[in-house]
Design a protein around this ligand. Structure first.
Ligand code: SF4
Length: 322
């Protein structure tokens, strides 16, 4: 049994004390050591724990086996500087570190030469890409350089609404191979909850960004993440998240707030009953689904190009693609 990633990074040796059946624990920065750790554990029959305090390699330095011949993930940065009050990532993955633009473009070129049609650029907050290397965010420049390789489809994840600047919005209007799709986590529609979450944007700023995006790319499909039941969220705050109706997401990932020890939000007291949060959550899921159905039904009858990824997981007789 192996535990790796954020929790391995945070708890290290303590995990073995709590869970004696765990064989190997590794952190966020030493995925490359995993084969060696497993081998040692098998040889010695002992627990192996390795947690490095900082990244030495990017995940791209590891050998790769792709699930699909046509699509590839391409990491552009790791870590995060944002410290949203509920999130453990900056503590366990460290500060944002960008890869040099030439390296990413070279990777994109070789992926394209290998027959990859769709590249998804990956980072905790792609929009601030390059700030640590070039003194200012250069994500729009990176998008233009990747687009210039001629790869058919470009996507990216994840965006932070406070860093999605006008230059990136402009790129959506300019680049045909940048797919008209954006995942923009809103988390809450209430300004006071956004403040408590330390998200550093307002509801108005978020909606304004969506408006600008739709001006340059009317067909853009939007998806989001939402947390229900953040400590202190009132019914009025919750109803502000009805902005999902206004935005019209094609998909929304909704979560009930869950406490992460070691984060500032974990110290906020809240006595909202669980049933109240559950009821709000269900109300939101219904709102999101009803609206997504309307948005998706508007696509019926249109002819669009789809990269088929294979049979649908739910129904083998149906093909799935984006
Ligand atoms: Fe960074 Fe995202 Fe976590 Fe906020 S939620 S601290 S942006 S990783």
């Amino acid at each position: 049994v192996v535990i790796g990633g954020c929790i391995g990074q945070r708890d290290g040796e303590d995990l073995i004390k709590k869970l004696s059946h765990v064989d190997v624990v590794f952190g966020t920065f030493n995925l490359a050591s995993l084969p060696r750790l497993i081998e040692q554990a098998l040889l010695t029959g002992d627990h192996e724990v390795e947690v490095l305090s900082e990244a030495t390699d990017f995940p791209t330095d590891l050998p790769t086996e792709r699930e699909s011949k046509w699509s590839a993930w391409l990491p552009i940065s790791i870590g995060c500087n944002n410290f949203c009050s509920y999130c453990i990532v900056p503590y366990v993955r460290g500060r944002e570190k960008s890869r040099p633009m030439e390296d990413i473009v070279a990777d994109a070129e070789s992926l394209k030469a290998d027959g990859v049609k769709e590249i998804t650029l990956l980072g905790q907050n792609v929009n601030s890409y390059g700030r640590d290397l070039y003194g200012e965010p250069r994500f729009a420049d990176l998008l233009r350089s990747i687009a210039a390789t001629g790869v058919e489809r470009i996507r990216f994840a994840t965006s932070h609404p406070k860093d999605l600047n006008d230059d990136v919005i402009k790129a959506f209007g300019e680049l045909d191979n940048l797919m008209p799709a954006l995942h923009l986590p809103v988390q809450s529609g209430s300004n006071s909850i956004l403040k408590a979450m330390h998200r550093r944007y307002t509801r108005e700023h978020y909606l304004d960004t969506i408006k600008k995006l739709r001006e340059v790319r009317p067909d853009i499909a939007l998806s989001t993440d939402i947390i229900v039941g953040f400590p202190g969220e009132t019914e009025e705050d919750f109803q502000q998240t009805y902005l999902v109706k206004e935005v019209g997401y094609t998909q929304a990932f909704t979560f009930i707030y869950s406490k992460r020890e070691g984060t500032p939000a974990a110290r906020i007291e809240d006595d909202t009953p669980k049933e109240v949060i559950q009821e709000r959550f269900e109300r939101l899921v219904n709102l999101v689904q009803d609206r997504a159905l309307e948005v998706n039904q508007a696509e019926v009858g249109k002819v669009v190009s789809v990269l088929v990824e294979g049979a649908s997981k739910r129904d083998e007789t149906v093909l799935m693609g984006r």
